[in-house]
Write a protein that binds this ligand. Structure first.
Ligand code: TMP
Ligand code: MG
Ligand code: ZN
Length: 212
């Protein structure tokens, strides 16, 4: 989360519209963060979209001759969205989907691995870790200020009141099952300071070049 997925979806859809392609954008009705006719970035930029209950309603709402289909928060759909996207792509429709690859536990989000594997192009975006300023590939869920537990429900709609971007090291999950390979890593990883900017991004130069 907070990596700019919705922004990127809107950018690509706008490009298609400039190219005068027939575009439809959908979101899941589960996403109640903003009203049902728009998708919104964390910076407050919004774009018109139709909320649909599931992949069947999405298919039923497609207009004849549609050339580009945008799908926001695709991880909220049912699994049948994967073959639907494939069929649309086979029929020459460009499908631009934005979604989370990992859930709050840092595990693959439902059917997303299958969707990613079938996609012709994948762009993986990263946010900035709220704790250390590193590259964030995980989403930390916080319940009453505490890290969520492994067996909490996967779907919990929310934004910065419940979630924050974290890197692999700063991401914490409580009650990881003892047999899970992630346990050793998550409990034993040293809480080291993030690498200096000059180490992690050599092209940015030495820290001395930057204000403290
Ligand atoms: P975002 O990708 O636009 O930031 O929104 C992600 C949505 O997914 C947000 O409503 C929170 C939700 N979510 C879950 O339901 N389960 C999860 O495990 C995570 C990480 C996010
Ligand atoms: Mg978003
Ligand atoms: Zn971090």
């Amino acid at each position: 989360m907070f990596s700019g997925k919705t922004e990127e979806l809107i950018r690509l859809v706008r490009r298609a519209m400039h190219a005068r392609r027939r575009v439809q954008v959908f979101k899941s009705a589960l996403d109640t963060r903003c009203d049902t006719t728009v998708i919104r970035t964390h910076d407050g930029i919004s774009f018109t979209a139709d909320a649909v209950a599931d992949s069947r309603s999405l298919e039923a709402a497609l207009k004849p001759g549609v050339e580009v289909v945008g799908i926001e928060e695709i991880q909220f759909f049912d699994e049948a969205v994967v073959p639907l996207v494939d069929r649309l792509a086979d029929a020459g429709v460009a499908v631009i989907a934005a979604g989370l690859d990992l859930d709050f536990r840092g595990e693959p989000f439902g059917f997303m691995p299958r969707l990613l594997a079938r996609a012709d192009y994948v762009v993986k975006l990263h946010a900035i870790c709220k704790q250390c300023g590193g590259e964030a590939s995980r989403t930390q869920r916080l319940v009453d200020g505490r890290p969520a537990s492994w067996d909490d429900p996967i779907i919990l709609v929310g934004a910065c009141e419940t979630y924050e971007a974290r890197c692999r090291r700063c991401h914490v999950v409580r009650n990881v099952p003892p047999a899970h390979p992630a346990l050793g890593l998550r409990t034993r990883a040293p809480r080291v300071r993030p690498a200096a900017r000059s180490e992690s991004h050599p092209r940015l130069g030495a820290d001395a070049d930057w204000p403290a």
